[in-house]
Design a protein around this ligand. Structure first.
Ligand code: AMP
Ligand code: MG
Length: 349
């Protein structure tokens, strides 16, 4: 299959192109599209065959449910059996935006879309291309991240081309995703809401709206035997080709330790990659150094994380050392993705 790649301009959106993309979804085809978090791989959420195609295109296990994307808040009532008061407050505060909510599922949503679960994940993106596309597609677009299973999520159309070209009908290119990390997921299907995946909408932001909130234990102790409530979180999301190790500690000590580790690795004939920040990038003396951006601007770090991880897969480095990030605010979401990529290999200095 030939994959059409279509560039779209946010200021002057080509509506005939949006209609064309929507028609592909209505016919049961697949279109990758930009959102503010990461690119999504879209199919008709109410068509089980479309969901099957999504799993096949990604090579994703079919027990890993898809998020249903909507463009109108009211549409949640058509696919959720119950919308609790706290969910309404969160929708009011954060939709459209990078927050996914889990509801008891209405029977209109095929089991294939939810990986057999009787709950459904719903998000209303704020990205303008995404919203127009969802409208054109009929209002309910199932979309996991538009990467091949096991690779980092895609934050620009070029990444989607690398992973899915030839497997889907169309890619809508809206440039770089501004957030760069997947949405925060909150389960509101039971009495006490629970965070299933950290994102840029933080626990503190959620608590300011609905009061105290639990975090899924499997996220706090990700190596434990506790089964995560978001099925996707149990999969090792991404393992870089090179061995990734996170080095944690005070900045100067981290730079020193990484320089030491990198020197030793090079002595052993290994090629080294270093994930740094603008503040430290010049302090590393060995290997290929890539900066995620300024540490003082967490948004830059999250925006560039997946791109930098992907870029190291294109080099022939054998090992990667990465700086670590604090747990406050977006830091928790950044560390959640980084730790998964590193298989939780951390050196404390
Ligand atoms: P992705 O869109 O690729 O970021 O993956 C979607 C994430 O949402 C996965 O981690 C899923 O396990 C999670 N998810 C989707 N639907 C549900 C659901 N009904 N209950 C819990 N987690 C879900
Ligand atoms: Mg994903």
């Amino acid at each position: 299959m030939e994959t059409l790649i279509k560039k779209l301009n946010y200021d002057k959106m080509d509506l005939s192109l949006i209609r064309e993309a929507g028609a592909i979804i209505r016919r049961g085809g697949l279109v990758a599209f930009p959102t503010e978090t990461v690119y999504g791989l879209g199919g008709d959420a109410l068509n089980p065959q479309s969901s099957e195609k999504i799993y096949a295109a990604k090579g994703r296990p079919s027990d890993n449910p898809l998020i249903v994307h909507i463009a109108e808040k009211e549409d949640v009532y058509k696919i959720a059996r119950q919308v609790p008061e706290k969910a309404k407050q969160l929708m009011e505060a954060f939709w459209p935006g990078p927050l996914t909510l889990i509801f008891p599922k209405d029977s209109i949503v095929p089991d294939k879309t939810t990986g057999g679960l009787d709950t459904v994940a719903v998000r209303m993106p704020s990205d303008k291309i995404a919203a127009a596309f969802i409208h054109a597609a009929g209002g309910f677009v199932a979309a996991p991240s538009a990467n091949a299973s096991g690779r980092p999520s895609t934050t620009m159309a070029e990444h989607v081309v690398e992973d899915l070209s030839g497997r889907i009908e169309m890619i809508l290119d809206g440039g770089q995703a501004v957030i760069g990390l997947e949405s925060t997921i909150v389960d509101v299907s039971e009495e006490h809401p629970v965070i299933l995946r950290p994102g840029v909408i933080t626990k503190e932001m959620l608590e300011a709206v609905i009061g105290p909130l639990e975090t899924d234990q499997a996220l706090i102790a990700p190596d434990s035997s506790v089964k995560p409530k978001a099925p996707g979180m149990k999969y090792r999301h991404y393992a870089p080709k090179a061995v990734l190790t996170i080095v944690e500690g005070e900045s100067k000590a981290v730079v020193e330790a990484v320089n030491h580790l990198a020197a030793r690795a090079e002595e052993e004939g290994k090629r080294v990659g270093i994930i740094a920040t603008d503040e430290t990038a010049d302090c590393y003396q060995y290997g290929t150094v890539r900066s995620l951006g300024a540490r003082c601007h967490e948004e830059e770090i999250s925006m560039h994380l997946f791109d930098v991880l992907r870029s190291f897969d294109e080099t022939d480095v054998d090992c990667i050392y990465s700086e670590s990030f604090g747990d406050a605010k977006i830091g928790q979401a950044i560390m959640n993705r980084l730790l998964k990529a590193a298989g939780h290999k951390v050196i404390h200095v």
